[in-house]
Design a protein around this ligand. Sequence first.
Ligand code: M6R
Length: 375
Amino acid sequence: EPVHKEINTADWDVDAAEKGGYEHFMLKEIHEQPAAVRDTVSPRIINGMPDLSQDGVDMQKLKDYRQIFIVACGTAMHAGMVGKYVIEKLARKPVIVDIASEFRYRDPIITKDDLMIVISQSGETADTMAVLRLAKEVGAATLAVVNVVGSSIAREADMVIYTHAGPEISVASTKAYMVQISVMYLLAFELAYANGTMELTAQLGQMPDIIRETLELKDTCSFVASKLVNAESLLYIGRGLDYALSMEGSLKLKEISYIHSESYAAGELKHGTISLITEGMPVIAVATQKKLIEKTVSNIREVKARGAMVILICDNSIEVGEGVADYIIRLPQTDEQLMPMAAAAPLQLIAYYTSVLKGNDVDKPRNLAKSVTVE
Ligand code: M6R
């Protein structure tokens, strides 16, 4: 029986699989982020409007689903967290985000009236794949946000939005995260178009330049890394979108530096975690959301009063009082909804330089694989 195979072409070139003069793939991939975002976003902004119709996404249908689920693993799930905040805030649609390995075994309430969005760089993650199948079994619509063309998840989903990051070789995901959140913004802006997201869409189109500017903070990030390298444990704190981003910052650091770190919603500290703070313990506070800044600063003061060494990441318009932080990383300004895209690279660079200073194998951290195809 002749078998007819569908041919999918990936436009990845050989250079993309080489270090191109960088010491590690991770550093190269961090620097590829402006181009990855441009390639992912620009073709999907048409006449100033987000447009996912070429990906086979029917926006009218998307608006009608009862409930949106976003399910993924690790970094991809953190991108989903950003998606939840922006979709709920701008489009006023309820979004449930979950870890694939939890979602699939908790007898989830998902029906044919729902939309399941799965996010995966590799498109091969076993638990994410299982969730996709589970959603299909109950008749829910499925949309995959995937980087690898023709991967299993991309093939099985009803709709696919490909991210254009090119091959990501370092185990620690960087550029794939950046493009995953770019797609979350495109979805949110298109879903919320009636609520006036044209300016935000224009700003999204400018993000490659903003990200490029943040890469110039690499010396500051390397200096901050020198302050973390001997720590046994540290905390990342933030509120709202800053909390979503902190989760990713913390994962990146622990994954490649092997230093224990946790991300915490800043307002939760006093419900237990603040007891961990001892003299000199590093706390990385992300504070880019204007409405929440006062609250976050008050949490920072609480940890500072207990001896923490505070590294504050905020935009350059925010005024912080004397002595609030030991070190400040100032980000270029953009709309606060888009600040995770401005803050992501500095957090990745902090993790990268900490790992380098520790002499670790940055691109292949111990015990980890790039693609997790087992449960
Ligand atoms: O290929 P996927 O995006 O499905 O992978 C999911 C996670 O395994 C992955 O994001 C992992 O958390 C990264 N190594 C983190 O840097």
